[in-house]
Ligand binder design. Structure first.
Ligand code: NAP
Length: 257
């Protein structure tokens, strides 16, 4: 049997695709053949133009994922617009930085709600659709790809709610993988290393932290959003049908150190 990384005929939903890692993943999924719905709170003008230029079906869904209120609507609009949903990439996320002793409840809740709670309930809504389809005899697999972090493995500095949320993403990825494998759905996560995006602008701009980070990365450079996209395509593809419950670091070697 030929190994396939092909996503032709698949329908994908990517959250937070107006910029950064989500944008690169949405474009890479479309380049691999998928129709793509994007969901987020900012207008993804650049991403929509890139997706249309690739020539796939595109759906744009306005949704603020700081609460779980829109998750069913987002799933329904993706399914209605693309005709089905095979792949969900939970990428939308925020970070709040402050000294541990000053860290506020608001900064705790905002990060947990967006990065962990919405990720779980959007996955649940998508998995219900994928599982119902599988129960109807559809042989194609469902794929859920969560964007975790190095802070799914480490504690970090001045980002306690982010470390808690991303450690939670690793746990819930495994929990979902265990229950959904028998329903034809694989659930995995990508743990990006230090990637140059808005999320890390403060670190890149801090001369000392930037130097410390670069000194520790064996690859000797910040990652680019495109560095994450190939792994997202792989985990979404038939080539990864026997891969589930994994947290795959794409970090230029950081964790190997
Ligand atoms: P980014 O450029 O800031 O992208 C974050 C995306 O999430 C944006 O599209 C953002 O939309 C969206 N988002 C945030 N809050 C949202 C909300 N309430 N509702 C809907 N969408 C929302 O940063 P990034 O680095 O690409 O981050 C993408 C993911 O990778 C995040 O989960 C992040 O934690 C993770 N990650 C990043 C790194 C890194 O080094 N950059 C490392 C590990 C993990 P807006 O533009 O409207 O804010």
């Amino acid at each position: 049997m030929a190994i396939s990384f092909d996503l032709i005929g698949k329908a994908a939903l990517v959250t937070g695709a107006n910029t950064g890692i989500g944008q690169a993943i949405a474009i890479a999924l479309a380049q691999a053949g998928a129709d793509v719905a994007v969901a987020g709170r900012s207008e993804p003008t650049e991403t929509l133009a890139a997706l249309k230029a690739i020539g796939r079906k595109v759906v744009n869904i306005a949704a603020d994922l700081s609460s779980i209120q829109p998750v069913q609507r987002v799933t329904d609009e993706a399914v209605d617009g693309l005709g089905r949903l095979d792949i969900l990439v939970n990428n939308a996320g925020i970070i709040r930085r402050d000294d541990l002793l000053d860290f506020t409840e608001a900064d705790w809740d905002a990060v947990i709600d967006t990065n962990l709670k919405s990720l779980f309930f959007l996955s649940q809504a998508a998995a219900r659709h994928m599982a119902a389809r599988a129960a109807d005899g559809d042989q194609s697999r469902g794929k859920i790809v969560n964007i975790a972090s190095l802070l799914s493995f480490q504690g970090g500095i001045r980002v306690p709610s982010y470390a808690a949320a991303k450690s939670g993403v690793a746990g819930v990825t495994r929990a979902m993988a265990n229950e959904l494998a028998a329903r034809g759905i694989q659930v995995n996560a990508i743990a990006p290393g230090y990637i140059a995006t808005n999320n890390t602008a403060a670190l890149q701009g801090d001369e000392t932290r930037n130097r410390q980070i670069l000194e520790r990365i064996p690859a000797g450079r910040w990652g680019r959003p495109e560095d994450i996209a190939g792994t997202a395509v792989y985990l979404s593809s038939p080539a990864a049908d026997y891969v589930t419950g994994q947290i795959l670091a794409v970090d230029g070697g950081w964790l190997a150190r």
